[in-house]
Write a new protein. Structure first.
Lengths: 416, 295
């Protein structure tokens, strides 16, 4: 198959970029794969482009480069195809509208994959007939604004498939969207095997990693860890990452007198060598679209104590077998979970081994295999069925556009 | 995550291959303090001859360490830096010598597996304690931070109370730690003047010791502005001393990670704030300074 990914900016840093590279790189071992980046703001991508994957861009934003298009007249006019309800709308323009349209009309591939809502809308509207149209959801439907949800309801019926990273989100899509004939399938993010040997479970460190952002609730983790220290002062906590919460967390650590036990380590990349310094992973988020760090820690042989927040953790951790799920925001329960693994060396090591084994299902080869089957099945559904479905989708779309306009809330719409 | 400390792989976009990208060296530390460097055989150019470590600011023969490169059996090249190779304290920049004009080429950091350095407990010995921690410099190059201490006083937990700072530590590399620590003291030496010293008695058990440094003494002569006190562990008879430092782990630069709050102290001169911190060399110091206005 010839597979073409459409991404916002493949030259930057971020979960979607990393995941797309992992997937594209693995698919490229068997297929012809290209990544088309709407923007290019720097000479080289931050992450290494996998060997056989071709990478190109549609709009050049390299500041000092000869091809800089940031001051193109069309770049100053607002986008009309890229939806205004999308978070990245301000970065898009009449120029991106035109370039993306030209690209999608001239697609020479079997499958085109969009990697964010606005680009999925472009694909739904503008991809030429023929290629299978897949829209990926890397976040979750429930965290999108109501206007964006309406936009997606209007356009997604023209896609062949929508993929989510959790089954929970796939169910939300099926429930809230009217997507007849559109395959909605959960395919988790992939995490490659670490390049270092797994942890041996002897280090008296709990490790957490991620942006120091409010949704990660590191304040809850630190408060819970105060209870851990009261019982087991020989154990410590390392938190890797940078972010807006740093000063607040620093103050909390000082106020609780935990400066000997809780360390804010700053950012680290890659994280694998840091995970293996610990014996337990900790996630206390109130919300996780997927839960990439849980899988990363497990692939390093760490059992993870995680809050059972929407959407990913419960689908990643087999509670009691390869990690522990604890209630969101409850410091006592989080501390109890950590202490359970701290106080039982055998249990901790056994769960660590199980985590290592169970997390192998997120290997890029496994995940790419699931995409490969999905793409293959969609491609063989035949062009006749595909075009019929799209005609129907188009009719439904315009019908829904009018009905949706009169409704105040999406949840009132009955599921298909 | 931004500001990558150890970026995993060379960046080689297919559109614009970098012809002479500096090679990356992976590094594994062993618990004895030795380091093993592994790197890919660089394409093109001349055969690499050696890994060369040059001490920053040094121009002596002793400021250069050459490590032979040999096949590691996995198609890569390996250089080994055992803890027994003498290296002065400081920052050592890691280079690759390919016998080319222009001299050795600086190496970039690859994967660093430093787990065996975490909570390191060196064995009993009287030879100097060698600590080497590889790290990425702020320009993204590979360097090794080196310490060489005999004896060594490793700083542990610090407890801040209303009266003073209580520190725990461990004495390494002396014949008989218990005897060495009998009637030993911790000296705080002001950077203002070598003659200005405050002392705190030490309680010892085996090689472990504790001390409490009172704020009152540190603040007695303070007249505003920052004043820094460096902490030393000193034998009763003055025959030996060791700088209090925290070096027995994987964290090359403690200053931003082992952070302690400053506590308000009513100094005779003016309200002050006192708190411990680690210097750029991971030595323990105490800072007395003006109290920031309450916002």
């Amino acid at each position: 198959m010839h597979i073409s990914f459409l991404i916002h900016n493949a030259y930057g840093i971020g979960g979607t970029i990393r995941t797309t590279y992992n997937l594209a790189g693995t698919l490229a071992e068997q297929h012809d794969v290209e990544i088309v980046s709407v923007f290019r703001h720097r000479e080289e991508p931050v992450f290494a482009t996998p060997g056989k994957v071709r990478l190109r861009h549609l709009v050049d934003l390299r500041k000092d480069g000869p091809g800089y298009e940031g001051d193109h007249p069309e770049a100053r006019r607002p986008a009309t195809v890229f939806p205004a309800t999308e978070g990245r709308y301000k970065q898009y323009s009449a120029l991106t509208d035109r370039r993306i349209a030209e690209h999608l009309r001239s697609l020479d591939c079997d499958v085109v994959v969009g990697t964010r809502p606005g680009l999925n809308v472009h694909i739904a509207q503008q991809a030429r007939r023929g290629p299978v149209r897949v829209g990926q959801e890397h976040l979750t439907l429930s965290t999108h604004s109501a206007p964006l949800k309406l936009t997606l309801r209007t356009h997604y019926p023209r896609l062949d498939a929508v993929t989510t990273v959790t089954e929970a989100d796939a169910q939300t899509y099926r429930k809230l969207m009217r997507l007849p004939g559109v395959r909605v399938e959960a395919v988790p993010n992939s995490v490659p095997a670490p390049l270092v040997a797994p942890a041996d479970g002897t280090g008296k460190w709990v490790v957490a990693a991620g942006r120091l952002a409010p949704a990660k609730r590191y304040d809850v983790l630190i408060r819970a860890f105060a209870k851990v220290v009261a019982e087991r002062p020989d154990w410590r906590l390392r938190i890797y990452g940078a972010g807006v919460e740093k000063a607040k967390l620093r103050k909390l650590i000082d106020d609780l007198g935990l400066y000997n036990h809780v360390l804010l380590m700053g950012p680290a990349n890659p994280l694998d060598p840091e995970w293996v310094k610990g014996s337990i992973g900790a996630v206390t988020s109130s919300l996780e679209s997927f839960g990439m760090t849980i899988v990363e820690a497990m692939r390093c042989g760490l059992p993870v104590v995680s809050t059972d927040c929407p959407h990913g953790p419960g689908e990643i951790i087999d509670n009691g077998a390869d990690g522990l799920l604890v209630p969101v925001g409850k410091t006592d329960a989080i501390a109890a979970g950590l202490l359970k693994l701290i106080n039982d060396d055998e249990l901790r090591k056994r769960m660590g081994r199980q985590a290592l084994e169970n997390a192998a299902r997120f290997d890029p080869a496994q995940i790419a295999g699931r995409y490969e089957r999905l793409f293959g099945e969609l491609a063989t559904r035949g062009t006749l069925r595909g075009s019929l479905h799209r005609t129907r989708g188009a009719l439904l779309s315009s019908a829904l556009r009018t009905t949706d306009a009169g409704r105040s809330a999406l949840r009132r719409v009955r599921a298909a | 995550m931004t500001d990558a400390r150890f970026p995993s792989h060379p960046i080689t976009p297919e559109e614009s291959p970098i012809v002479s990208a500096p090679p990356r060296a992976d590094c594994i530390a062993d618990s004895a303090g030795g380091l093993t460097f592994d790197l890919d055989v660089p394409e093109g150019g001349r055969e690499p001859q050696a890994l060369v470590l040059l001490r920053r600011g040094g121009d002596d023969q002793a400021d250069e360490v050459r490590l032979p490169l040999t096949p590691n059996g996995d198609g890569r090249l390996r250089a080994v830096l055992p803890s027994t190779v003498a290296m002065a304290e400081g920052r050592w920049d890691v280079h690759l010598d390919r016998g080319e004009e222009g001299g050795p080429q600086r190496l970039l950091p690859g994967l660093a597996d430093l787990r065996s350095l975490v909570d390191r407990r060196p064995g009993p010995s009287t030879s100097p304690l060698a600590v080497r921690i590889p790290y990425a410099t702020k320009h993204g190059n590979l360097s090794v931070r080196s310490w060489l201490r005999a004896p060594h006083a490793e700083a542990g937990d610090l407890t801040l109370s209303a009266e003073g700072i209580t520190g725990r530590g461990t004495l390494h590399r002396v014949e008989n730690p218990q005897e060495w620590l009998t009637d030993a003291v911790v000296e705080a030496r002001s950077r203002r003047s070598a003659a200005v010293v405050r002392t705190a008695p030490v309680t010892a058990e085996g090689q472990e010791f504790t001390f409490t440094l009172a704020y009152a003494g540190l603040c007695a002569d303070w007249k505003g502005g920052p004043e820094v006190w460096d902490l030393w562990l000193c034998r009763a008879d003055g025959s030996a001393e060791a700088r209090l430092a925290r070096i027995l782990d994987d964290v090359a630069d403690k200053k931003q990670i082992f952070v302690y709050p400053g506590l308000p102290v009513s100094a005779p001169y003016a309200p002050a704030e006192v708190g411990p911190y680690y210097t750029a060399d991971n030595d323990l110091a105490v800072r007395v300074d003006e109290r920031p206005p309450v916002s």
